[in-house]
Ligand binder design. Sequence first.
Ligand code: NAD
Length: 498
Amino acid sequence: MEYIQHWIDGAATTGVSTRTQPVWDPASGAEQAKVLMAETADVDAAVAAAAKAFETWGESSLTKRARVMFRLRELLVEHEDELARTIASEHGKVVDDARGEIVRGREVVEYACGIVSALKGGYSDQISTGVDAFDFRQPLGVVAGITPFNFPIMVPLWMHPIAIACGNTFVLKPSERDPSASDLVAELYKEAGLPDGVFNVVHGDKTAVDAVLDHPGVSAVSFVGSTPIAKYVHERATASGKRVQALGGAKNHAVVLPDADLDDAASHLTAAAFGSAGQRCMAISVAVAVGEAADALVPVLADQARAVKVGPGHDAGNDMGPVITAEARERVASYVASGTEQGAVAVVDGRGLKVDGHEDGFFIGPSVLDKVTTDMDVYTTEVFGPLLVVVRAADLDEAIDIVNANPYGNGTAVFTGDGEAARRFQRRVSVGMIGVNVPIPVPMAHYSFGGWKDSLFGDTHIHGPEGVRFYTRAKAVTSRWPRVDRSVQAAFNFPTHG
Ligand code: NAD
């Protein structure tokens, strides 16, 4: 049995950990490894290594930091296949989908390669007579990231390249369900020339998270995960004086207007609802069908959902793999049941799907529930699985009201050919990331990623320019260099201003 270790001060280590947790192969249902679960002392060791490394890394030149990022970017390209297969094996998503998350994460590294530009401050010559002013930003010190299972490469990459390029040192506590990818990235950083101690990985559960949140040596915490834990992390870490950005869960609505190309919208919705088995924070889980769009859209959605090829992520040709655990599969099934009990119509029911040769895998097929109302549990809860609900609205204004009444505000999309409707939608929705005929509007790395309302606690979005601001603090300097008149001799007599 393989034991997945922590990575502290440039080397794999078991630290003082003795507890372990199984790492499953979701496609077979078998335990494939055990991950060590950190104790508080392991987190202390990682923070101590990071604090020591900060003494030199925080003083390193921007050019040196950028060069490490350029090299890391190349190594992420060279090792894409190995990384994608590791993700597919522990998470279950199909290998090409895993490649997609590596590419999107790599874009953040590409942004970090430009850290010299991203960290440029402002300068005002002669802001007052004989006075100049400028500002610049400095790293915080040791910063930490706590990440979810659903993007084991991309979500940590939203954090550490920016933090490290800004001059900080980093402690990552990745998801214990698919931990191996983070150790691979640690090895790539070492190969890229990053000094030991700048990037550390501590595996574990609440014990490790709490140790990070309470540690006086950690200056800032980035968290991505479910809303209850995001709220908890935000409250506990801000109480101990840290800067915190805590991104939470989602219930993303796609509004389909009658003038949209419904076949095109349906295929985008199907991919956005069932890709990665619906386990994306930007997955579309609610289709809001406006007016006559509903009766036309639902049969097309149903046909497309039935056509999704479900199977192991390693087999090319599958569209969708299993969900992460047996409990996750039961949870999705329970929401299909509660939705139908509360009056929804199951036009496609994915429960009971069996994949030949993988009978013990955590598979559940795509489900589509029509005529869902906003008081049903299947609507009010983030299910986080391959389940798409259809809510009907009379017009665009009612659709916008539905989106805005939902407590989450991560992503949303509108499908339409009408520019005025799209503009009204993008201006009025209380959501952080909006797609116009784009189902999963994850901002490119030169912008920042973040939701509103219960999808984000704290006020800074992640990566891009807001990431640079989060991982640095500003100094403003006001300076005057008066001209000294050396022709005037200092006088020993009492000055009379004569
Ligand atoms: P999760 O909240 O269960 O876990 C996230 C992290 O928190 C993990 O590292 C985990 O070890 C830790 N954790 C779990 N329970 C804890 C506890 N009681 N105390 C302290 N730490 C704890 O989330 P998950 O199931 O791994 O991921 C899925 C969730 O993440 C979904 O809700 C999804 O919407 C969300 N997510 C959000 C975004 C976003 O950008 N907003 C991105 C990806 C995922």
